[in-house]
Design a protein around this ligand. Structure first.
Ligand SMILES: Nc1ncnc2c1ncn2[C@@H]1O[C@H](COP(=O)(O)OP(=O)(O)O)[C@@H](O)[C@H]1O
Ligand SMILES: [Mg+2]
Length: 270
């Protein structure tokens, strides 16, 4: 059964999409079959892995509203083991269309349930809002990763997000867990960054990932080529950071063991 991880923060520009794309790609490269789910009407994850938005005819919206089967809209990416459930702008309309439906918070969960078993990880890129689509994503998710940008007012608005996560846990999805807080766009030369890291670690303690994502120009240019960071520049710091994050996620979920042991056994045989 696949694990659904939502990447959420209602602040824009904190690294949600960059994390969703590149964590998903890193898990895929480490041989875990992964689905990147674009749950943001801006569809940055869809274009970020190389798809022309004008050519996307159906996506998550149709799966939620029109009961289209996810397997009929899922696209293979150029990364082995990585598929995409795309978004397009109509997803905005989904919020309005869902509002009067009895199960309005659980529609994404129902849609993803149809393909959950086909993947080891499903990574949801959430929109910068706490609206119904994000509530749906948190309700569908097994866990949530909150990216926090190392900058002024890093913790601003976080209370509201944590309240929302708590609300979802209490009312809609009792099994929702915190996968971790991820520090992004870290620049060790800046005192401010180090202060933010201290502050976040003091506040959130062990739920902060050991991996920090450094500010790295390659990470910001990769989407303009429609490439994940691993395809764009595998040796870049951004690539290494996201591979490290993937290993940390696998370790937390105790999934590294098996594949590595398999490799050792194969080596012995040769
Ligand atoms: N570690 C990083 N280093 C440099 N630029 C980054 C990094 N992470 C994200 N960016 C850039 O910052 C901007 C916002 O990131 P994005 O992932 O789109 O945030 P969000 O999805 O939260 O709005 C984008 O232009 C992205 O390319
Ligand atoms: Mg985004």
């Amino acid at each position: 059964m696949g694990k659904i991880i939502a990447i959420a923060n209602q602040k824009g520009g904190v690294g949600k999409t960059t994390t969703a794309i590149n964590l998903a790609a890193a898990l895929a490269v480490l041989e875990h079959k992964t689905l990147l789910v674009d749950a943001d009407p801006q569809a940055n994850a869809t274009s970020g892995v190389g798809f022309d938005l004008k050519k996307i005819k159906a996506g998550l919206y149709e799966c939620i509203i029109d009961s289209v089967l996810p397997k009929d809209v899922i696209l293979a990416t150029e990364t082995p083991n990585l598929d995409l459930l795309p978004a397009h702008i109509d997803l905005v309309g989904a919020e309005i269309e869902m509002i009067n439906l009895p199960n309005r918070e659980k529609m994404m969960k129902a849609a993803l349930a149809k393909i959950k078993d086909d993947y080891e990880f499903l990574i949801l890129d959430c929109s910068p809002s706490l609206g119904l689509i994000t509530l749906n994503a948190l309700t569908a998710a097994d866990s949530v990763i909150i990216p926090i940008q190392c900058e002024y007012f890093a913790l601003e608005g976080l209370g509201k997000l944590l309240q929302t996560v708590k609300f979802v846990e209490e009312r809609l999805n009792p099994d929702l867990e915190m996968e971790g807080i991820l520090l992004t766009m870290y620049d060790g030369r800046l005192n401010l960054c180090n202060q933010v890291v201290e502050e976040v670690k003091t506040y959130f303690q062990q739920i902060v990932f050991d991996t920090m994502i450094h500010r790295n120009i390659k990470l910001s240019e990769a989407p303009s080529f429609g490439k994940t960071i691993i395809m764009h520049d595998a040796a870049s710091r951004g690539s290494l950071n996201y591979l490290h994050l993937a290993r940390e996620v696998l370790q937390k979920n105790k999934m590294t063991r098996l594949k590595q042991t398999e490799k050792v056994i194969n080596l012995d045989e040769n």
